[in-house]
Write a protein that binds this ligand. Structure first.
Ligand SMILES: Nc1ncnc2c1ncn2[C@@H]1O[C@H](COP(=O)(O)OP(=O)(O)OP(=O)(O)O)[C@@H](O)[C@H]1O
Ligand SMILES: [Zn+2]
Length: 725
């Protein structure tokens, strides 16, 4: 009797599909197969098998080819993916599509074996380094390559910002890209520093229980050396012959971070993130699957890395919003890390100076064990945070006198300052001074941001762009004025105020090119004075030893947000940015300039720190029956006409029917009722008991899919949304 294979096909349909297995071949779950699907063929993953199919035998098709002899996805990973598909109500085929690197979703061999590396060309080998100017980055790169080829990954670590120099050398025909085997990688190794007592205690407590599932909340103040705790634990794990998975936020996977891990574990460390070329990604993934990778250091989707000997998961900056995927398969990598750890019976360490309220509540209820690192590592002191009242002061381009005085003093001491402003561009609004008209995005009904250097108005919600108008479109006046400060304008203003000072602006504009962030972070030497101007890109992870002053601007906008997570987010952001000051030997100062110096959030943060703020916010959430004390799902819909959106959502509400313990509210307009030309509204589902919500969702979704109005809107369900926007 022919065996039937149930396979998940990467299409947005919830069901599995049946195919005839090839005669005499056993195909295990987790193997990839090529199957005929619609007019073409698809790479699909076998999920199970059966003796019979509901499909008419005449219509049942056969698998075209079996692509793996042993499963690419192990039992645990396949089970976790199936769990995630159910929990987030997303088709399993589409879930698998997110989990597998693009290179493995195709039925062809890997495009490129080995690692990309730079090497001197024949011309380069015939050229003396003396033909290049001494002391330049170009010469340094040339000299390094004269000693032998270096992989791109090694260059990222050894010479951040090497790509510019490489382009110059390549233009002169002195270098070329070659492929090398992994063994050609440099494997520098440094010893661990002596851990301080709190770090040592954290390592020994977790290391004593590596054989069982336990989530640990590692709450360590900024600069307390959480990374050393992960590294210390990984040593135990690797010594036991097992693998470790370390997740970092999107922006946190810098060459500096990778270098710290490679310095300790050499070639066994593989990075996995979306910035990698597809070939590199597939290779790291396969190295993990084959057990060659001892440590996978990756961003969100690395939570799906196949690790047959996984012994520990660490999630750094566990509060970070980038762990939640915001489109398609809307999973939360931190939460799935805990699910995987439970399935494998291993510890998972969630680290942060500003833990999410979810994790704090889990620690309070005893589900997570909490470990504290109350002091900064080494000799560093905690930064002093002070609120500066901006009312009735003369602001020069948004900078008050007290800030400017502090800036001058910092630079005079030869130290560095960071001006934090979470707005890129020149000014958030272009306003007509005569009639009050401002340039809005027609598709979003929100002001467009002026980008002066590019000479464009840009909508930060939909990326629409247009020329900067010369006349007011209402009254024709030419009196158009930029309102407010973005990082570009601050850079200009600071350039006028401090003409002889090095300025480094770090935001999405200045870091677009690969390697640009590293080059910028490297621009100021450790003993050089200078000013960083940056958005939240500069808030996390960076360790700049000569940075002693942090000035925080523009928090007032965040104080008035309506999202229920806004206060939590703002508190985390302030503490994280503040945490960049005084991380080495020199003490740090943080000035927070605001027009609301008495705002309760700021008062609480100043008096009791993040812990006190979090405690208060948790009490508010409990009273308001909001997460983490309730569980939400958001049904979002959008269409050209609001009428279609409302018709669909009303129909959904009616079709949902009453389920005890689950509240359904709406339709309500989205916080941005118009975006990119589409009208948007939503239904909010909430329950105090997660299992009740989970039980209601599949049936509801099924009934919503059948609605005729569902075909006239774009809609999606977000389980555990992190914003309601
Ligand atoms: N035991 C130690 N002895 C000396 N220096 C240490 C020790 N542990 C960590 N450090 C140093 O202290 C600095 C901060 O450490 P690390 O980056 O791990 O902190 P963190 O807790 O991750 O900080 P943040 O959350 O602010 O990013 C680093 O420069 C690190 O090398
Ligand atoms: Zn727009």
């Amino acid at each position: 009797m022919p065996e039937i294979l149930r396979v998940a096909v990467p299409v947005p349909l919830p069901q599995l599909f049946d195919y005839r297995a090839p005669r005499g071949v056993r195909v295990a779950p987790g193997c990839r197969v090529l199957v005929p699907f619609g007019p073409g063929r698809q790479v699909a993953v076998v999920v199970g098998s059966a003796a019979h199919s509901e499909v008419d035998p005449a219509k049942l098709k056969s698998v075209s080819a079996v692509l793996d002899t042993t499963p690419l996805l192990g039992e645990e990973l396949l089970a976790t993916l199936q769990w995630a598909a159910r929990y987030y109500q997303h088709p399993l085929g589409a879930v698998l599509e997110t989990a597998l690197p693009v290179g493995l979703r195709q039925a062809k061999p890997l495009p490129f074996e080995g690692y990309r590396a730079l090497a001197l060309s024949a011309d380069g080998r015939a050229t003396s380094a003396d033909t290049l100017r001494r002391g330049t980055r170009i010469r340094t790169l040339f000299e390094r390559l004269a000693a032998g080829p270096l992989t791109y990954a090694a260059l990222d670590v050894a010479l951040p910002g090497w790509r510019d120099s490489a382009a110059a050398l390549r233009q002169r025909g002195l270098i070329e890209t070659v492929a090398v085997a992994a063994s050609a990688e440099v494997a520098p190794c440094t010893a661990a520093p002596a851990l301080n007592p709190a770090q040592a205690e954290a390592v020994s407590r977790i290391a004593a229980q590596l054989q069982r599932f336990q989530p640990w909340l590692l709450q360590g103040v900024t600069g307390s050396g959480k990374t050393e705790v992960y590294l210390g634990l990984i040593e135990h794990v690797v010594a036991a012959g097992r693998q470790a998975l370390v997740l970092v936020p999107e922006i946190g996977l810098t060459p500096q971070t990778l270098r710290r891990f490679r310095d300790r574990f050499g070639n066994g460390v593989h990075a996995l993130h979306s910035g990698l070329a597809e070939g590199e990604r597939s290779r790291a993934w396969l190295a993990a699957a084959r057990g060659e990778a001892q440590v996978i250091l990756g961003t969100r989707s690395a939570v799906f890395a196949p690790l047959p000997r996984l012994g520990l998961i660490a999630v750094d900056e566990e509060h970070d919003a980038s762990y939640k995927q915001q489109d398609g398969f809307r999973y939360h990598a931190r939460d799935l890390a805990v699910v995987r750890a439970r399935a494998l019976g291993i510890p998972v360490v969630l680290g942060s100076a500003t833990p999410s309220l979810e994790s704090l509540a889990n620690a309070a209820s005893g589900r997570y064990e909490k470990l504290l690192l109350p002091l900064r590592a080494g000799s560093a002191q905690p930064p002093q945070l002070r609120v500066v009242d901006a009312r009735r002061t003369r602001l020069s381009h948004g900078l008050g006198p007290e800030l400017l005085t502090a800036l001058r003093a910092t630079l005079a001491r030869g130290e560095q300052a960071l001006i934090f402003r979470n707005r890129r561009g020149y000014a958030p609004v272009l306003l007509c001074h005569d009639c009050g008209w401002h340039a809005d995005c027609e598709r979003c009904a929100k002001p467009m941001t002026l980008h002066r250097q590019r000479g464009r108005l840009v909508c930060h919600h939909c990326e629409a762009e247009r020329r900067v108008p010369v006349h007011c479109e209402e009254c024709n006046s030419t009196n158009l004025m930029p309102q407010g400060q973005g990082t570009e304008r601050l850079e200009e203003a600071l350039g006028e105020l401090f003409p002889d000072t090095a300025l480094v602006r770090i935001d999405r504009e200045t870091t677009r090119r690969r390697g640009a962030l590293e080059a910028l972070l490297d621009r100021l030497g450790p003993n050089q004075p200078g000013i960083y101007i940056g958005t939240q890109m500069l808030a996390k992870g960076h360790d700049l030893p000569n940075l002693t002053l942090v000035a925080i601007l523009g928090v007032d906008e965040g104080l008035h947000s309506i999202d229920f997570r806004a206060s939590e987010r703002l508190g985390q952001l302030i503490v994280q940015v503040a945490g960049r000051a005084g991380r080495a030997h020199k003490p740090g100062t943080v000035l927070l300039q605001t027009h609301h110096p008495d705002h309760p959030l700021l008062a609480r943060l100043l008096r009791g720190g993040y812990a006190a703020l979090a405690e208060e916010l948790l009490a508010e959430r409990r009273a308001a029956e909001l997460p983490p004390y309730a569980h939400l799902a958001l049904l979002r819909a959008e269409a050209k006409e609001m009428a279609a959106v409302e018709e669909f959502l009303h129909a959904c509400a009616a079709a949902a029917g009453a389920v005890e313990g689950v509240d359904l509210s709406g339709p309500i307009p989205a916080p941005m009722p118009l975006r990119a030309g589409l009208a948007r509204a939503q239904l909010l589902l909430s329950a105090l008991d997660r299992t009740r919500l989970q039980a209601a969702l599949p049936g509801w979704l099924e009934s919503w899919r059948q609605l005729p109005s569902a075909r006239r809107v774009r809609w999606s369900l977000d389980v555990d949304p992190i914003d309601l926007y």
